[in-house]
Design a protein around this ligand. Structure first.
Ligand code: GLC
Length: 584
């Protein structure tokens, strides 16, 4: 009976697991788990589910803007975070994304992405009850909470890995443990190295197992074996636990890597899409108001598979548009908006209940390879040097994972990549934000960008250079005395951000899925029309170092977001962007 209700989920899983010896027991256990979570969901969350089911594009409103943060670096702990909700609301944020709050591997935990306990909160940050309290406070304000679900790997400290190390045969099957070194070498040759400098290779020799363990990221992050249905059940239980605590959205960390198949590079395989669709189908029964966000830092064509699976079913509701993010930074470096324009054109979505997650910076590096199909290799190769501040560049970032023959990535905070917190950097910030906020998608801001936080000092950093762009929030720059020079400069960044978000929230043509048409991409000038009929907006973003004429402005009235200027401007100064609204 219960299995019948879960048919849609089991149908997704059957092709993956039917040959597994434990499948009959696991399928019954999975069905029971979903049913139990469904019945335990509280009345408030069910009411929210009903509202969202009636409005399946609820997360796409122009007012929906995310903010990603480290709880400790932002406000010390969860109590501190709750104390800052007024401030976040004033900024115009509606979706909070705290980076992993779960207990991590002792010592280096890859910023919490090596999870030692999926259903707990790190004691230094607070308690599970406080997360529940946070969700209620956010919901009362019309805000939502997104948390990470690190699906691909757990910490070596996690009890599953520890049990495997201790000889537990059952738990050993939760991981990819390979005894034969020849097999390891053969698989290694098919895979891409994610951290070639700080964690070369995809396997780690574990003497206690007398075998190698698959570790795509750091050696202390053990890849889970998703071909074992017990892993699906365990991770589904994690999602359902948090969903019933009130979490609204799950960032599916490292989504591309779940399924491994010999003869492939083990990224974005159809089986991985099937797993994600299986998780979605289970949530559709037990917690239908939740959404899934794919963190797949891949080329756009590959990311689309998480939003619009080939079989037309449902998988993720949002996906990070890393290609477009890289395209906008590329435009800034090269005064060439064509790659970004092309990505907008190529990534139109066919449905309103899915959306891109757009962003400029996050806690990770900028990976340039998504631009590979659009930019000549030697042209692209100049970009990491530009953002590392070489030559004529204003940028103050750094290269990440430099490796001979490969394209290095880039690290640095938004302000540092823009050259600091002076007025030239502020102008670049306004150009970038005015562009970001007009793109199709739900924008996600990153902690500290709104007050121009610069790269973390060396003593705040670890060996992994991504810590450069993870500085501690400096509340003196927010709350400080008006006569403090730093405060005043940084506060201008805050005001630009706040006023743009306030403006955007009132412009329905900037809903995440409202139509987007590129009207021009020549000479560093991006012309992008959003919306339709009487509700239209034109973004004109001049990434060139020269003023540019806007060709035809009949039917538009201007609105210069940053300065409050409302006169029609037909000549756009170098490095500025405006939004025009249609007359009607
Ligand atoms: C994601 C996270 C990144 C982490 C990796 C491994 O890409 O954003 O910070 O290192 O997954 O979990």
């Amino acid at each position: 009976m219960i299995e019948l209700a879960c048919d849609a989920v089991l149908a997704r899983l059957e092709p993956l697991y039917r040959d597994h010896r434990n499948w009959p027991a696991e399928r019954a256990a999975i069905a029971r788990l979903i049913e139990q979570a469904r019945t335990e969901r509280n009345a408030d969350l069910r009411a929210l589910d009903r509202i969202r089911l009636a409005n399946p594009d609820w997360f796409n409103a122009a007012s929906m803007v995310g903010y990603s943060l480290y709880v400790d670096r932002f406000a010390g702990n969860l109590t501190g975070l709750m104390d800052r909700l007024d401030w976040l609301g004033h900024l115009g944020v509606r979706m909070l994304h705290p980076l992993p709050m779960t207990p991590g591997q002792a010592g280096d935990s890859d910023g919490g992405f090596a999870v030692a306990d999926y259903c707990a909160v790190a004691p230094a940050l607070g308690t599970i009850d406080e997360v529940g309290e946070l969700t209620r406070k956010l919901h009362a304000r019309g805000m939502v909470l997104a948390v990470d679900c690190v699906l691909n790997h757990c910490a070596r400290d996690h009890p599953w890995a520890q049990a495997a190390l201790g000889g537990d045969a059952d738990k050993r099957e939760y991981f990819h443990v390979i005894e034969d070194r020849i097999v390891v070498d053969r698989r290694e040759a098919e895979l891409i190295d994610i951290f070639p400098e700080t964690a070369p290779g995809n396997f780690t020799w574990e003497p206690e197992l007398n075998a190698s363990v698959w570790t795509s990221f750091y050696p202390f992050q053990w890849d889970l074996n998703w071909s074992n249905p017990a892993v699906f059940r365990e991770m589904l239980a994690v999602l359902l636990f948090w969903a019933n605590l009130g979490i609204d959205a799950f960032r599916l960390d490292s989504a591309p890597f779940l399924w491994k198949r010999e003869g492939t590079n083990c990224r974005n395989l159809p089986e991985t899409h099937q797993i994600v669709a299986g998780l979605r189908a289970a949530l559709d029964i037990a917690a239908p108001g939740t959404i899934l966000i794919a963190e797949a830092i891949e080329r756009t064509a590959d990311v689309l598979g998480y939003l619009e699976p080939a079989d037309g079913g449902r998988a993720c509701q949002m996906a990070y548009h890393n290609g477009l993010m890289a395209g906008i930074w590329y435009a800034l470096a090269r005064q060439d908006v064509r790659p970004a324009a092309r990505l907008v054109a190529d990534s139109a979505l066919g449905r309103r209940d899915i959306a891109w997650l757009t962003y400029l910076r996050c806690h990770d590096d900028i990976i340039w390879s998504a631009l590979g199909p659009l930019v000549e290799a030697d042209e692209l190769a100049r970009i990491p040097a530009f953002f590392a501040g070489e030559g004529e560049s204003f940028a103050r970032g750094a290269r990440f994972q430099v490796q001979a023959a490969a394209l290095p990535n880039t690290v640095g905070t938004m302000a540092s990549l823009l050259g600091g917190a002076d007025s030239a950097a502020l102008a670049r910030y306004a150009l970038m934000m005015t562009t970001l906020l007009a793109l199709p998608g739900v924008p996600m801001l990153y902690m500290g960008d709104e007050i121009a936080l610069e790269n973390a000092r060396a003593d705040q950093a670890f060996a992994d250079a991504r810590w450069l762009n993870r500085p501690w929030m400096d509340w003196n720059l927010v709350d400080g005395p008006q006569n403090d020079r730093n405060f005043a400069a940084r506060n201008r960044f805050f005001e630009v951000t706040r006023s743009l978000l306030a403006l955007r929230a009132g412009l329905p043509m900037l809903d995440a899925t409202a139509p987007a048409h590129v009207l021009g991409d020549a000479d560093g000038l991006l012309l992008l029309e959003r919306g339709e009929g009487t509700q239209r907006l034109l973004l004109a973003a001049n990434f060139a170092t020269m003023p540019r004429d806007i060709p035809d402005l009949s039917g538009w009235e201007t609105m210069v977001a940053i300065t409050g200027e409302t006169r029609m401007t037909t000549i756009l100064p170098a490095g500025t962007a405006v939004w025009y609204l249609s007359h009607e």
